[in-house]
Structures are given as structure tokens and as C-alpha cells.
Write a protein that binds this ligand. Structure first.
Ligand code: SF4
Length: 613
């Protein structure tokens, strides 16, 4: 495999050039967010104002993105986060990454800020900045439709909506039009908006090089039936198909993480109910044998009667149980509004849940909300709040800054209702249900991210931990060996972000272990790489992101759980009585990582990983 080509775009001067990424650097960091972290760390991008022109924004394909490897569809988008002020990263699936790969480029680095709205058009071995003044103000679906009419149905578009344009701190970057796939987390839509870059359009026709196509095909033929069988629930009912099981495990956020069970509500807001009621068709990202996406028909809200991407598990919990809302139609409409406006559904639902609890306790009043009463489960109010947040208008402008800033402004009890770590609202898996997730949430590089470890999958045997060399006893609410589960899963999941793989591949259990994936890398690149080498690359990239954050002052003091998750007993449900003993687990975790007691990677660890230069 030769060096990789990356586009370097300067919006200040409207100039574009090509940068070569050496094979050596790729072997060390693979691609995706690992390679992006290397580039951003080396240029000292952590010093930038997140919404200033110096904050470079990187779109980077994973090493395997766009190849026939199953679910190799992901593109990482990375920059300093304006929401958290630290490492920002979000990943999107769909077809954008595969199309970018066919242009001959692996990624795009965007510097500067345009004077007037622009979009970037990338075709085979060429790129051009174009006027986007007619697109500014359009929502995500309208933007994609217009650009596909202009550049042909085969092009793929990643863009921001009105939320990103207004630099809403919980805005994301979306692809796929009304079949939305979102790089939702850490506010990167605001970074793109601050650059006045409305969209990136890609259309390629070049062949994707594969070193040993025959060997790769044979491995995929063996793998595909296994993952199809093990992930059948995802195929049938989407990610929300797991919601009732999550509730039964005490793993659901209910009423802003304060309650322990919601059985009847879960049955009304899960993937099985979607299949019975509003389901229209199945959807799969590029090269995906699982096809977990579900398109749905909207029955309420401003776009009633239209068809759009259905809510994922996180969105069903966030706008459902988290807000005590049992109306699936409202969840679908809220999801659609977030996708149109370009909002992260997880953070948007999180900040609304926080506001409802503040309102209930008199910390927010009708004077603050512009006359609106914001009670639990009120569907009309939920949709209104999403619109206001997306347009950064009225009371929405207060919520659009995210839970940490909003709760700091109110102070007192409002901070106890705030469920965030390092400024990022929690994804909807409760660390009190599976305590390896407490370690993960506290230490994940982008803040409270479930995907950096997927510890709840590992603890339930959805993925086979022995594939990572772990074969020790543990108890779901206990502390023994939990740090090791978080540590191993973080390193392994990091590689998925570096390779461009969807994490649902781990449903294939031991068939999706590091050795199998390393074999795919060898088939694609010709590199001699083992499963151990792959895990080491994951550890290297995880540590590199920690070093980026350390340069911004992140240490042990920031590796915390919010009061609601760290000291509050839910009292009912399967996680009743469980309080994660984070301090004890962090001691184990730092030792495993080779970090100091203050949570800083030691010089020895950096040298071992080749990060000491
Ligand atoms: S499993 Fe779902 S999210 Fe993952 S690649 Fe397939 S369709 Fe996309």
C-alpha cells in the first residue's frame, strides 16, 4: 500500500492542495480518528479557539472504509470540540466515506474560515470550493436534495443544518439526506458553521485498490452468515429493538436518569413497536450485511406524512423514557426535526430532560421559557423545544449551549440534575447497570461516550471477551476486573474508529476478534499485521487522544461521574442499589494503562507506544 492522499483546504485563501500521508504513519495510526488525532496533535490544534479559524476540521476515512470489508462505511470527523473544549470526534456511516474513497482521497483537512458560505466539491483527483449562498439557511434534507440535483444522484453529501450555521454547541454534521446518518456528537456542526462551510459533496469513480481480493472475499464469505445470524434482532427491529431488554437490565435512562423501571413505556417506544406501526422500509449503510436502519412514516409534527430515517435506540430512550414520553410518534418527529436541523439527538434529549427536571423544581420558570410549561412527557413541548434549540431561538438559545454551560449558569441544584462528563451529555446506557461503563464514561476521550467501550455488550456476552485475552470473573454491579474490561474494550473499539468499521460487527462475537480484523487489513493493504499489533495501535491512538486532552489540562480530576450516576440509587429495577465505586476502579484502570495516579500517560508508556517524540 502506498502513501495516502489527503486534501488540505484553506478557506481563508480559498486554496486547495494535496498532502501525502506516508505508509509508515498509516501503519502506526491506521486511519480515521487515529490518524486525524496524529495530524491535529502535531500541529498543536488543541490551542485553537474551537469556533475560530485556527481550529482545523478533519474528515478522515478509516483505513478500510470503502473496501468490501463488512460494515467498512465510517468516516471520522475530528476537531477541538466547542461543546467540551477538548478532543472532539464523531463518526458517520452511510455512503459518504465509500464515495470519498473512490475520489482517490482518504480525507480532507479544512483550515480557516470563509468570508461567505461555501461548499466543497470533491471528484476524481480534484476538488473545488463553490458558492453556497443559495444553500445557507436550508435544512439538511433540502441541502442534500439540491446538491444531488446539481451534481447527480450518485454524489454523497455531508452538511450542516440551521443549527450548525448558528453555531449551536450540540449540532452535528449529517449525511444521507432524509436517510440520515449523523456525526452527531461533540458539536462539530458548529465548527463547520463557524467556517461558513455548508457542505462537502463527493463523487468518485476510481477503483479502490485491494491487495488480495480473493483472500478477502473468502474471509467475508465465511464471516457474513455469522454476523447475519447473531445480529438478526438488529436487522429485524433496528437498534431500538434492544430497548425492552435495556429496560429490564436497569440500563435505561428514565426521567433524566432518576428512575429504575418503565416496563410499559418501553414496550410502547421500542423497535418492535416501530415495526408494528410506522415502519416503511429497511436501510443499510455501505457494505453492510446487517442493515439496522429503519425508515418510518411521520404521524405527528410539522412534517406529518413524510418518510424519514427512524429513531435509533439512543433517540428512543432520549426522547422517550428519559422524558417520560410514551408516544412513539413524538419520538419519530423529534428525531426527524433533529436530523433536519442538524442536531445531536443524544445531547438535545439530554438537555431537554435536564430542563424538565429544573422546571419541576422551580429552577426554571415560565418567565424563562417564554410562557411555555415544560412538563414531563408533553409531546408538543418536546417538539417545540427541539425547534427552538435548532434555531438557537428564545429559550432554545439557553439550552443549545448544552447541559454543562446551562447548569453552571443556574448553579445549585441545577448542577445536580446535569448528567454530563467533560461537558458531553451521557449516551443512554447507565453505568449503574454495568459498572465497566462507569470507568469508560469517566475516561472516554470525547466525554460521556458509550461507544468508546460498549462495556454493556461485553459484560452481557454479546461480544466474546476471551477474544481479547480476558477470562476473569466479574459481577455486573461489582468492581473486580471491571477496569480491565473497560481498558480492553476501549483499545479494541478505538481500532474500529481507526479502520472505519461499524461497531455492530462485534455481534459476530469471536468471529470479529482482532485476529480476524487484522487478516482483513492484510488482505486490503498487504501489511503483515497481527491481532496484537492491531490492539497496540488502538492503545496508541487512545493514549494520543488522552495526550491531546492532557495538553488542555485534563487529568484525574476530570475523570468523574455526575452526582446523578455516581451517588444516586435508582431504588427500583435491575440496577437498584448499584452505585459504581469509581475511585477503586480508576486505580486499577490507571495501573493497567500505565498512567500516573493523576491519570497522565507515563513517559515509559509513551515510549512503549512510540508517542514520546
Ligand atoms: S449495522 Fe447499521 S449502523 Fe452499522 S453499518 Fe449496518 S446499517 Fe450502518
Amino acid at each position: 500500500m502506498a502513501s495516502a492522499k489527503v486534501l488540505e483546504v484553506d478557506l481563508n485563501s480559498r486554496s486547495i492542495c494535496t498532502r501525502e500521508i506516508s505508509e509508515e504513519l498509516q501503519m502506526k495510526h491506521l486511519g480515521g480518528s487515529g490518524l486525524a488525532a496524529r495530524l491535529l496533535y502535531d500541529e498543536g490544534a488543541y490551542k485553537a479557539d474551537p469556533l475560530g479559524p485556527d481550529n482545523a476540521l478533519i474528515f478522515m476515512n478509516g483505513l478500510l472504509t470503502g473496501t468490501p470489508v463488512p460494515c467498512a462505511c465510517k468516516t471520522s470527523i475530528c476537531a477541538k470540540s466547542p461543546l467540551t473544549g477538548i478532543w472532539g470526534e464523531a463518526t458517520m456511516g452511510g455512503f459518504f466515506g465509500a464515495e470519498l474513497k473512490k475520489t482517490g482521497y482518504e480525507g480532507i483537512i479544512i483550515h480557516g474560515s470563509a468570508k461567505a458560505p461555501l461548499y466543497l466539491l470533491v471528484e476524481d483527483d480534484r476538488a473545488e470550493l463553490k458558492d453556497a449562498s443559495d444553500l445557507w439557511g436550508l435544512d439538511v434534507y433540502e441541502t442534500c436534495d439540491r446538491l444531488c440535483k446539481r451534481h447527480g444522484d450518485k454524489c454523497q453529501v455531508a452538511c450542516i443544518g440551521p443549527a450548525g450555521e448558528r453555531k449551536v454547541l450540540i449540532s452535528g454534521i449529517m449525511t444521507g439526506g432524509n436517510q440520515t446518518r449523523a456525526a452527531g456528537r461533540t458539536g462539530l456542526g458548529a465548527v463547520m458553521g463557524s467556517k461558513r462551510l455548508k457542505a462537502v459533496v463527493v463523487r468518485g469513480t476510481l477503483q479502490v485498490p485491494i491487495k488480495d481480493r480473493e483472500k478477502l472475499s473468502a474471509s467475508i464469505r465465511e464471516f457474513t452468515p455469522i454476523v447475519r445470524t447473531n445480529a438478526k434482532g438488529l436487522t429485524d427491529f433496528g437498534t431500538a429493538g434492544g430497548l425492552m431488554g435495556v429496560e429490564a437490565n436497569g440500563d435505561l435512562s428514565i426521567r433524566n436518569w432518576s428512575l429504575g423501571s418503565w416496563e410499559e413505556g418501553a414496550a410502547k417506544t421500542c423497535g418492535q413497536k416501530i415495526a408494528e406501526t410506522v415502519f416503511v422500509s429497511h436501510y443499510g449503510c455501505f457494505a453492510c450485511p446487517i442493515r439496522c436502519g429503519k425508515d418510518v412514516r411521520l404521524e405527528v409534527g410539522p412534517h406529518t406524512g413524510t418518510v424519514c430515517h427512524g429513531p435509533e435506540y439512543e433517540t428512543c430512550d432520549g426522547f422517550g423514557a428519559n422524558l417520560l414520553n410514551e408516544d412513539l410518534n413524538v419520538i419519530c418527529a423529534a428525531n426527524d426535526l433533529c436530523n433536519r436541523l442538524g442536531l445531536d439527538t443524544i445531547s438535545t434529549a439530554g438537555v431537554i430532560g435536564w430542563a424538565m427536571e429544573c422546571y419541576e423544581n422551580g429552577l426554571i420558570t415560565k418567565e424563562d421559557t417564554g410562557g411555555m410549561e415544560i412538563h414531563w412527557g408533553d409531546g408538543e413541548v418536546i417538539l417545540k423545544l427541539v425547534e427552538l434549540i435548532g434555531h438557537d431561538a428564545g429559550f432554545g438559545a439557553f439550552l443549545s449551549q448544552g447541559v454543562r454551560r446551562a447548569s453552571s449558569q443556574l448553579g445549585g441544584l441545577a448542577k445536580e440534575f446535569a448528567v454530563e462528563t467533560k461537558g458531553l451529555e451521557y449516551a443512554y446506557h447507565d453505568p449503574r447497570a454495568f459498572t465497566s461503563m462507569a470507568v469508560n464514561y469517566a475516561t472516554a476521550n470525547r466525554g460521556a461516550c458509550h461507544l468508546e467501550a460498549l462495556g454493556y455488550f461485553a459484560e452481557q456476552g454479546v461480544f466474546t471477551l476471551s477474544t481479547l485475552g480476558f477470562d476473569k470473573p466479574f459481577e455486573r454491579h461489582g468492581v473486580e476486573n471491571k477496569a480491565e474490561i473497560a481498558y480492553l474494550m476501549q483499545n479494541f473499539m478505538e481500532t474500529f474508529n481507526n479502520l472505519g468499521l461499524c461497531k455492530f460487527l462485534i455481534r459476530a462475537k469471536d468471529a470479529a476478534g482482532p485476529n480476524v480484523i487484522a487478516g482483513w487489513i492484510t488482505s486490503v493493504t498487504g501489511w503483515e499485521i497481527s491481532g496484537d499489533d492491531l490492539m497496540k495501535a488502538g492503545e496508541r491512538n487512545f493514549n494520543l487522544k488522552r495526550m491531546y486532552n492532557y495538553m488542555l489540562g485534563i487529568t484525574r480530576k476530570d475523570d468523574v461521574l455526575p452526582p446523578r450516576l455516581g451517588v444516586h440509587d435508582k431504588k427500583t429495577g435491575a440496577a437498584a442499589g448499584s452505585i459504581p465505586h469509581l475511585g477503586r476502579m480508576l486505580v486499577d484502570y490507571y495501573a493497567l494503562r500505565g498512567w500516573t495516579a493523576e491519570g497522565v500517560p507515563s513517559q515509559g508508556k509513551l515510549e512503549e507506544l512510540g508517542l514520546s517524540e
